[in-house]
Design a protein around this ligand. Structure first.
Ligand code: FMN
Length: 358
């Protein structure tokens, strides 16, 4: 397998390049009979779109989704759903300089070494533009999960570079271009203005959660829910770390404090485990944190080589995100939704008849 399909029962196959005519995906395995139109998907794409503030790439893509198949008279038919998003604002000449060189920290070098050929325009297939179809597929999964179980997904950015953002409340997230869960984002704006002027970039930390997740999702040993969440998150461009629940902070905990006490009614006193026990959802919120590295396309000169192995200095012009974390929140929500959807369908298939005495 060449790695372009996510999932088995809800299988999303992604296609396209950053500067090709279009990008998109085919979803195979969506249950039939769900009302679906572009209006269910477009709001999620609008949240991910580039060019929406001065703090992100100025590439201006409308990201209008078209449903090409799998829906008849407004309902999913159970057949493959093809979602198409046309590229409209390519500026490929910006990438002429990196045709013969490799940006340090980017995928140029490894794509060239692996395939022996690469599409340098906008990063080709390695571009985060290919996360738009992921978000579109995630919107389909989110709708089904919401209707079936009331499952919802939320995310936010909790740190940008060295600046800890903190958490004041989910209600703030949609009110600013950073998906920051705080009322006053002036410190983030100041930080980003200084960064942009320097021509440098920074990393970020993000949080993503799912609420009303049914108990029982996840398939030990090898397809544990937490393992599949980690794989999905690590599959996103620039992600360098994933934590479930308390993650690395668990190292310093005592067992007497960390293990979530179980209360009558199958409730839990705390959620240090992030909603997963033994690789299986326990009905608590899924809690995931993600670290993304700094953008590698920089105005700051960096040492590299060209395709014949000579040393060169690389400066990347063109339109780039100074902090890729700023646009990552809707993508992480979509990825979590795809994992939960996949496991919800698997759980229905294998254990749909299981009943536990009350
Ligand atoms: C939402 C998002 C936006 C991104 N925007 C850019 C960008 O504008 N310029 C860039 O060089 N990298 C950007 N990246 C990161 C690259 O796609 C990524 O670093 C590159 O493909 C190398 O892959 P790796 O970092 O996973 O090893 C972005 C990543 C995400 C998740």
């Amino acid at each position: 397998m060449s790695g372009n399909t996510f999932g088995t029962l809800f299988a999303v196959t992604n296609f396209g390049e950053s500067h090709g005519p279009a990008i998109g995906c085919v979803i195979d395995g969506c249950p039939p009979g769900m009302a679906l139109s572009e209006a269910d998907i477009q709001p999620e794409l609008d949240r991910r779109r580039p060019g929406t503030s001065k703090f992100v790439t100025q590439r201006n893509e409308p990201d209008q989704v078209e449903i090409l198949s799998g829906v008849y008279q407004g309902q999913t038919t159970g057949t493959p759903i093809c979602l198409l998003i046309r590229n409209t604002d390519q500026r490929s000449k910006d990438y002429g300089d990196i045709l013969q060189t490799f940006r340090p920290g980017h995928a140029d070098y490894t794509y060239w070494r692996k395939y022996g050929i690469r599409d340098p325009r906008g990063g080709g297939r390695s571009s985060a533009r290919l996360t738009a179809p992921t978000v579109a597929a995630g919107a389909v999964a989110r709708k089904w999960l919401q209707q079936k179980y009331g499952t919802t997904f939320k995310g936010c950015m909790t740190q940008v570079g060295e600046l800890a953002i903190g958490f004041e409340g989910w209600e703030h997230v949609q009110g600013n271009p950073f998906f920051a869960p705080v009322a006053d984002v002036s410190a983030i704006e100041d930080y980003m203005n200084v960064l942009r002027k320097s021509g440098d970039s920074c990393g970020a930390r993000l949080r993503v959660t799912a609420q009303n997740v049914p108990v029982g999702l996840g398939e030990p040993l090898y397809d544990r829910l937490d393992a599949d969440i980690a794989k999905a998150m690590m599959g996103l461009n620039a992600v360098k770390g994933v934590e479930i629940g308390d993650g690395f902070a668990s190292v310093a905990h005592k067992g007497s404090m960390h293990g979530d006490a179980i209360l009558p009614g199958g409730r839990f006193e705390t959620n240090h485990d992030g909603g997963v026990l033994g690789g299986i959802s326990n009905g608590q919120d899924l809690e995931v944190a993600v670290a993304v590295k700094p953008t590698s396309s920089l105005l700051v000169p960096r040492a590299s080589i060209n395709t014949v192995g000579e040393p060169v200095e690389v400066i990347t012009k063109g339109r780039h995100d100074p902090c890729v974390g700023i646009r990552a929140t809707p993508i992480l929500e979509a990825l979590l939704a795809l994992v939960v959807m996949e496991h919800a369908l698997r759980q229905r298939a294998q254990c749909g008849d299981v009943s536990i005495p009350e």
